[in-house]
Design a protein around this ligand. Structure first.
Ligand code: RB5
Length: 144
């Protein structure tokens, strides 16, 4: 499995925590930046991760900014991306089960590293339920 990661300056330090979880699972990481805490523009990194997931370069994406909101909006602008912003594990479980989310967004200013670990683990461990949810996901993907 390969996971693309993108973050802005506010998300830079939480990225290490995410990488620890992925590395412990031998998951390949595609780090699309940014690579320091110097101020940057989050749409660049949300789009980059969205495109990597949409074109099949990565199986999943994880995006991090201050709140997770701006970078999730950017990722969700890419057709084929279903990015869920999660601040606790139940949302991570449900966005995989019901929305077949292929990108996870988190806010480095709203959650701590331990919560982020649990969220990432739950996101990776949870399967899409299909059935009626597949109908709804197809409806999401048909919105242009
Ligand atoms: C950067 O200051 C901040 O605006 C950004 O990280 C994010 O929270 C935007 O949604």
């Amino acid at each position: 499995m390969k996971v693309a990661i993108g973050n802005d300056h506010a998300g830079f330090f939480l990225k290490d925590t995410v990488k620890e979880v992925l590395t412990a699972r031998n998951i390949e990481i595609l780090d699309l930046g940014c690579h320091s805490a110097e101020s940057v523009h989050y749409p660049i990194y949300g789009e980059a991760v969205g495109r990597a997931v949409a074109n099949g370069e990565a199986d999943f994406g994880i995006v991090i900014c201050g709140t997770g909101i701006g970078i999730s909006i950017a990722a969700n602008k890419v057709p084929g991306v279903r990015c869920g912003l999660c601040s606790e594990p139940l949302s991570a479980e449900l966005t995989r089960q019901h929305n077949d989310a292929n990108v996870l967004a988190m806010g480095a200013r709203t959650i701590g590293p331990e919560m982020a670990k649990k969220i990432v683990e739950t996101f990776l461990d949870t399967e899409f339920m299909g059935g009626k949810h597949a109908t709804r996901v197809a409806m999401l993907d048909s919105i242009k």
